[in-house]
Design a protein around this ligand. Structure first.
Ligand SMILES: Cc1cc2nc3c(=O)[nH]c(=O)nc-3n(C[C@H](O)[C@H](O)[C@H](O)COP(=O)(O)OP(=O)(O)OC[C@H]3O[C@@H](n4cnc5c(N)ncnc54)[C@H](O)[C@@H]3O)c2cc1C
Length: 717
């Protein structure tokens, strides 16, 4: 049922309407608006087409063409930024070639052989990158030492690429972390890593690592610029390109010793039938996904959704997937190989010590390899659904009709509501994977909850190369468009803002499946491809699921529903400037044994919830995200005690406050016990491996990590 009867309510606020009504109203409003019609003449047609049905390729084509207006001066500029052959894929698609007929995509369909991947050395197009035997590098003390350490140990300068004074920016120009290390080094061997650390030690410089640079939090180098080395596990060109097509198998970074995957021992040889797999820290999730499919017998049981992430980068800040039985990625680490502050290769494989060394934010040193416990390959029986918002996650107990945004109200009987709550709770408590997406101002929620089954015949490839290509093309274009000044201005016009957000949400929702799919587990874990191409901001917290008052061992999932609906309500209260332009996402997961994990101690599980927005909404984002955070931080358990809700270490959190106090200040206190334990175990590892906590602070820390783990603390503590 429509939320508002348009017949009786001649001028409803657009935000009180359903998606379909809103698109119609926008369409009508645009008839009158000469300014917008002349600047975006295709907008009305696209709005009309978007209402019709699920979008086909033609709709996407028109959507992209919408921005091909000479007056905007955007499209060509945007296109020029696509490198070949990616530019050709997009241009051919926009000109009318069906995605399935694009030869460039055909060429890369299927599982590739990792060992034959490109050997492109990834040099960036910059005067700062030259042979490091040439001027100005030759006489630089750091470079001299580096060369000497390499040659002394039988290596050569091919094993480390160096870039001088190359400014580091996280995730392609997000600019919330930016600094200029003296050198950025891209090693391809263990020997190379050792030489870098030894040379840095010679200059008394700090060393920090980067994978795909996808973290928002300041967990890279120090803010002061001079005297630091950045070890990049991937070539700079690869992690700074505007469009990343690795999830199509195009332009994979070169393989090397730090980017290999190998089974250790026999498949299934652990007592529980699991397998140990040694993975280079620079291996990307895309490569791991392909390797698992190629191998066919083993898989990681959980992972970050995004494929453009390195394994070393996901382990350091303790990343996670979903499912009540699943802990974090760092909980799966059985051995860490790292280069210590003296440049020595070391290993940690003691179960207790791994609780500190896995998920230590790079403090222990440069991680070169991780051995992880993989499970037997299984099949995800996905059963995605698109349900009315009010039914997918029923509003929390005690909420009245007027608490629910008008657009989302529906008549639901008490029995129906009870059944919906039971269904929601069953997903949380029993499903292998449990996740919900709500795109701003949409009437439906995408429910992505599923279980696994053993291997079966006729397994589908998912999302499949063509859908993946479509995702990548649209996301890349949207990203370029969101950073185009002329369009930013247009986005601000009230009628257009509402229309475009509604359109974005509709397009995003329509592109998600709602039919059963049986696919290999790694495919289901990485169901979205190419998302890295659309720059977003992201605040995520891990809320402990409390016990019920009358039965403390039973989960009180009302808190989860409250967190979900509080975020939706905030979104509707901010329609004036619509700061949230990307989804609200919620996952249920387990706890963690890793000492610094935000999920640690959550015996009944964790509600992992996040809000995202386009980079274009940066100006209005923080105050809005703060308001949502205020709500998420206000929940209590059945005794009235505040829940120990923690931020995702890698996402946005350092800029926010909790009850008026800077979060970074509060967290130092909140984590006091864990920090003591963490330091104790690191000290124990250091005793064996011949380094001290002071060495770590000097060589591998940064401003934020100093504040949390070192400043004002003593060795004896
Ligand atoms: C679109 C998007 C979706 C995401 N989805 C999820 C999700 O589903 N679940 C989740 O948990 N997170 C998610 N994240 C967060 C992401 O997983 C983390 O930011 C992750 O750290 C990024 O990996 P990276 O390779 O880019 O590492 P980077 O961001 O480059 O590095 C992360 C940290 O690891 C350190 N590091 C990297 N390599 C090494 C090494 N070899 N040795 C020592 N330290 C090292 C770095 O110094 C840094 O502190 C998402 C991020 C984005 C952008």
């Amino acid at each position: 049922m429509a939320a508002v009867n348009l017949e009786n309510s001649p001028e409803p606020s657009i935000w009180e309407t359903t998606v379909e009504q809103r698109l119609k109203l926008m369409n009508e409003a645009l008839k009158e608006n000469e300014e917008i019609n002349s600047q975006l003449p295709g907008l009305r047609q696209v709005l009309t087409d978007s209402i019709k049905s699920d979008q086909n390729e033609e709709f996407f084509r028109n959507f992209i063409k919408l921005f091909d207006q000479p007056e905007l001066g955007t499209y060509e500029t945007v296109m020029e930024k696509f490198p070949e052959p990616e530019q050709k894929i997009v241009l051919d698609f926009v000109e009318g070639t069906a995605l399935a007929d694009l030869p460039e995509i055909d060429r890369v369909v299927g599982v590739i052989d990792l060992d034959s991947a490109s050997e492109d050395n990834g040099d960036i197009d910059s005067h700062r990158t030259r042979s490091w035997l040439s001027e100005p590098f030759r006489d630089d003390p750091f470079v001299k030492d580096l060369r000497q350490f390499l040659t002394q140990s039988g290596g050569n300068n091919e094993e480390v690429q160096i870039h001088k004074n190359e400014t580091f920016k996280n995730w392609g120009n997000m600019r919330n972390v930016e600094y200029t290390p003296s050198y950025t080094c891209v090693p391809s061997t263990l020997r190379g890593v050792q030489a870098i650390v030894k040379a840095a030690k010679g200059q008394n410089w700090g060393v920090r690592c980067a994978g795909y640079r996808h973290s928002w939090a300041p967990i890279f180098g120090r803010s002061e610029t001079a005297g630091q080395v950045l070890v990049s596990l991937l070539p700079i060109k690869h992690v700074t390109s505007k469009v990343d097509l690795t999830s199509l198998g195009i332009c994979l970074p070169p393989t090397n010793e730090l980017r290999k995957i190998e089974v250790k021992g026999e498949v299934g040889e652990l007592d529980n039938g699991n397998t140990l797999v040694r993975v280079g820290a620079g291996v990307t999730n895309e490569e791991l996904r392909r390797w698992c499919l190629q191998n066919g017998r083993v898989t990681l049981p959980l992972n970050v959704i995004m494929v453009e992430i390195t394994v070393g980068g996901a382990n350091a800040p303790i990343c996670h997937g979903a499912g009540i039985e699943n802990k974090t990625l760092s909980d799966l680490v059985r051995k860490i190989e790292y280069v210590d502050c003296h440049g020595q290769p070391r290993t940690v494989n003691d179960e207790e010590e791994l609780r500190a060394a896995a998920g230590c934010f790079g403090l222990i040193g440069v991680v070169t390899h991780l051995t992880l416990e993989f499970k037997p390959m299984s099949i995800a029986r996905m059963q995605p659904e698109k349900l009315p918002v009010i039914r997918a996650v029923p509003p929390p107990d005690g909420w009245l009709e007027e608490d629910i945004p008008i657009a989302l109200r529906l008549p639901v009987t008490a029995e129906q509501r009870e059944a919906d709550i039971r269904q929601f709770e069953s997903h949380c408590e029993n499903d292998y994977y449990a996740e919900w997406f709500w795109f701003p101002y949409h009437d439906q929620v995408w429910v992505n909850c599923w279980n696994t089954i053993p291997q079966v015949a006729n397994v589908q490839s998912f999302p499949g190369p063509y859908k993946a290509a479509k995702q990548i093309v649209t996301q890349s274009l949207l990203n370029m468009l969101q950073s185009t000044p002329a369009l930013k201005e247009l986005f601000r016009l009230p009628k257009v803002t509402g229309g475009l957000i509604t359109l974005l949400s509709k397009v995003a929702m329509d592109s998600l499946p709602n039919e059963p799919i049986e696919t290999y587990l790694p495919e289901a874990l990485h169901f979205q491809r190419g998302i890295q191409n659309l720059r977003v901001l992201d605040l995520e917290v891990e809320i402990p699921i409390p016990g019920k008052k009358d039965k403390p061992t039973a989960r009180d999932l009302n808190v989860v529903r409250k967190a979900w609906w509080d975020a939706i309500r905030e979104c509707y209260q901010a329609t004036e400037n619509t700061p949230q332009q990307m989804p609200l996402e919620m996952r249920i997961m387990g706890d963690s044994d890793v000492i610094m994990a935000p999920q640690r101690g959550n015996k009944l599980g964790t509600c992992s919830i996040e809000i995202l927005t386009l980079d274009a909404a940066r100006g209005t984002w923080n105050p809005y995200a703060q308001r949502v955070l205020n709500r998420w931080m206000s929940y209590t358990d059945s005794n009235g005690d505040l829940l120990a809700t923690r931020p995702h270490w890698a996402k946005q959190w350092t800029e926010f406050t909790v009850r008026g106090e800077l979060w970074r200040k509060k967290l130092r206190r909140d984590y006091e016990t864990q920090i003591r334990e963490f330091r104790g175990l690191l000290r124990q590892i250091g005793k064996r491996d011949q380094w001290t906590l002071a060495d770590l602070e000097q060589r591998f820390s940064n401003d934020l990590l100093d504040h949390l783990f070192f400043t004002g603390r003593t060795e004896e503590e």
